[in-house]
Ligand binder design. Structure first.
Ligand SMILES: O=C(O)CCC(=O)C(=O)O
Ligand SMILES: [Fe+2]
Length: 283
């Protein structure tokens, strides 16, 4: 109790999924249970052992990707109490550690915690939410942001040329890039068949550059009404075309629907960097 019995406004605490796992629950609370037609039953998977197309990643060092994955893992390796120091304030832009990103009150929750950071332009960064533990976190995230921004611009150039447009067409169309990042943490789930790690959605921006743990099959993309696992290859980033590209190209590029299944045994980390067009207020 605070002095004199006066309670001061406290920092928010995150209702993290991880806390349930630490308690050792064997059945998941109702708010995580999807109606039967929305469950990601294993029988719905289409096994797919080959990667259809791989684009060599240009100009992004594998060591930087590894460093990014390592600081993400190290942050989620901290105790829940330590992570709470970065808890996101409820509001429109919820930078920080959280568990209910853009979810309506009463909606079924995903089996996922995260830390969400705004990266570009630099003016939108709020370093209060950038963990100081592990000590390399801030430097690695900064470098990763700069390099993935360059890569995203090159990809936009390739997308433009593929449409017979000048190379700078899409980059100019977005005026100023707006870049943000999630580090998603999917704790092991005692009843993965009843819930989802991340329910089916498409990303809202231009392009998402997704770093996953090598070998993970938890991510699936929808292709011709089939869900296909995307196996994370070593040293690879997955590029998701997102809604703004579909809109700006009148549907010639399609925004990809994707989802993540929960896993009974292993936790999983994924790190998407979202490269979007900024709203006018940012330039
Ligand atoms: O965890 C993943 O692989 C995907 C995450 C995702 O789709 C997102 O953060 O928008
Ligand atoms: Fe996504």
């Amino acid at each position: 109790m605070a002095s004199g019995g006066v309670l001061f406004a406290t920092k928010p605490t995150v209702d993290a999924v991880e806390i349930l796992v630490e308690k050792g629950i064997t059945s998941i609370p109702d708010k995580f249970i999807r109606p039967p037609q929305e469950r990601l039953a294993p029988s719905a998977y289409t096994p797919c052992d080959h990667v259809e197309e791989q684009v060599p990643v240009i100009d992004l060092q594998e060591s930087l990707m590894e460093a990014m994955m390592n600081v993400g893992k190290a942050f989620f390796g901290l105790s829940v109490e330590e992570k709470q120091a970065y808890a996101a304030l409820p509001g429109l832009v919820m930078q920080g550690y959280g568990s209910k990103y853009i979810q309506r009150e009463g909606a079924t929750r995903d089996w996922r915690d995260y830390i969400y950071l705004l990266l570009q332009p630099h003016s939108i960064r709020d370093y209060d939410y950038w963990p100081s533990n592990p000590s390399a976190f801030r430097e690695v995230v900064h470098n990763y942001s700069e390099e993935t921004l360059k890569l995203a611009k090159r990809l936009l150039g390739a997308f433009s040329m593929n449409l017979d447009l000048p190379q700078t067409y899409l980059e100019k169309a977005i005026v100023k890039p707006y870049q943000n990042m999630l580090i998603n943490y999917y704790p092991p789930c005692p009843q993965p068949e009843l819930t989802a790690g991340f329910y089916a959605h498409s990303d809202i921006g231009m392009a998402t550059l997704l770093l996953q743990e090598t070998g993970s099959k938890a991510l699936q993309v929808r292709k011709n009404d089939k869900w296909i696992p995307v196996i994370a290859a070593p040293g690879a980033l997955l590029v998701n075309v997102a809604d703004q590209i579909e809109i700006i190209t009148n549907g010639r590029y399609k925004s990809v629907e994707h989802r993540v299944v929960a896993d009974k045994e292993k936790p999983r980390i994924s790190i998407p960097v979202f490269c979007d067009a900024a709203t006018k207020s940012y330039y």
